[in-house]
Design a protein around this ligand. Structure first.
Ligand code: 13P
Length: 339
């Protein structure tokens, strides 16, 4: 049965489910493997992703879709079964990162613009043939002295809109990801101000380019204190500020908002999501599209060793279940301790 783009977008934010971001580029996955002293090779990357994708409990119950990297969507498990087939069998929708990374923005030291529009149509068509049904493009906005510039916001949101339109023409649901980084000592108020400006610009550009909002998802940062800010906002404040900014800027036609974790601890990323869902009545589904906050514990438990595959899968399933509860507003810290 072929699903419409609306149906794919809705399925990705089905009740109690969220997205696993497993689209680390070769450079990023190397950094992750470095933390456990594991060399990054095609084989170790396959073994790691196979461990995650074969975590049946998590994949069947808590994960709606998986964002893959170019290498991964073409890869097969050790026994030769293509990863795409394994995901489909678990009821998970395969997705693909299609941007080519954040590159220095000319005349704007410290700022980047995400590249990858050239040839994007052809890449999207190929990914659709390979089984992908949704896509992701990440724009990066840094907060600092005189940053972000208006130029950086405009260039990145324009690129996101052009990407999203091409993805929809190629029958793929675009996830638009404008990430305001948490690096820095800025206050939560500053993060709120920048996030609001970014999202407002994003939805203006999406409209200008004819992107159909019902066939898209938003992947934003939460509104939080800078990592080095001495005054860290409470869970309640993060939930309140994030909801306020989203209500101001994101049209109700968008079926779902799936947050990135962005360097938050596993448990805080879960607590923030749960607080939003528990306390607010919202026009969109609020769920997760976490990379690090879903994988960090699993990577550590696995530690690159075959004999630890089951332990890695247990750790992954636990985090996936905690975030599934958060998507329903039903997570409590007691559940963490019980586990
Ligand atoms: P994090 O949850 O680790 O921020 O990753 C999500 C993602 O896909 C970033 O592009």
């Amino acid at each position: 049965m072929t699903m419409t783009l609306e149906q794919v977008a809705q399925a990705l934010v089905a009740d109690d489910k969220g997205i696993l971001a497993a689209d680390e580029s070769s450079g990023t996955i190397k950094k992750r493997f470095d933390t456990i002293g594991l060399a990054s090779t095609e084989e170790t990357r396959r073994d790691y992703r196979e461990m995650l994708f074969r975590s049946t409990e998590a994949m069947k119950n808590y994960i709606s879709g998986v964002i893959l990297y170019d290498e991964t969507i073409r890869q097969s498990a050790k026994d030769g079964t293509p990863f795409v087939e394994i995901l489909n069998a678990a009821g998970c929708i395969p997705g693909i990162k299609v941007d080519l990374g954040a590159k220095p923005l000319a005349f704007h030291p410290g700022e980047t613009v995400t590249e990858g529009l050239d040839g994007l149509r052809g890449r999207c068509e190929e990914y659709h043939r390979l089984g992908a049904r949704f896509t992701k493009w990440r724009a990066v906005i840094s907060i600092g002295k005189d940053m972000p510039s208006r130029t950086c916001i405009l260039a990145n949101m324009h690129a996101l809109a052009r990407y999203a339109a091409i993805a929809q023409e190629a029958k793929l649901v675009p996830i638009v990801e404008p990430e305001v980084l948490m690096d820095g000592d800025h206050t939560i108020g500053r993060c709120a101000e920048v996030t609001e400006a970014v999202l407002r610009t994003l939805y203006t550009e999406l409209a200008l380019h004819g992107v159909v909002l019902e066939r898209s998802l938003l992947k934003p940062n939460m509104v939080i204190s800078g990592m080095d800010c001495p005054q860290q906002a409470s869970v309640e404040e993060v939930a309140a500020r994030t909801v306020q900014i989203l209500r101001r800027t994101v049209p109700a036609a968008v079926p779902g908002i799936v947050f990135l974790s962005g360097g938050q601890s596993d448990e805080l990323a879960t607590a923030h999501l749960s607080a939003m869902n528990a306390s607010y009545d919202l026009p969109w589904k609020l769920s997760f599209s976490y990379g690090r906050a879903l994988q960090a514990a699993a990577l550590k438990a696995w530690n690159g060793k075959t004999e630890n595959v089951a332990a890695g899968q247990r750790a992954f399933s636990h985090r996936a279940r905690m975030n599934s509860l958060a998507a329903a507003g039903q997570w409590t810290s007691d559940l963490e301790r019980a586990a």
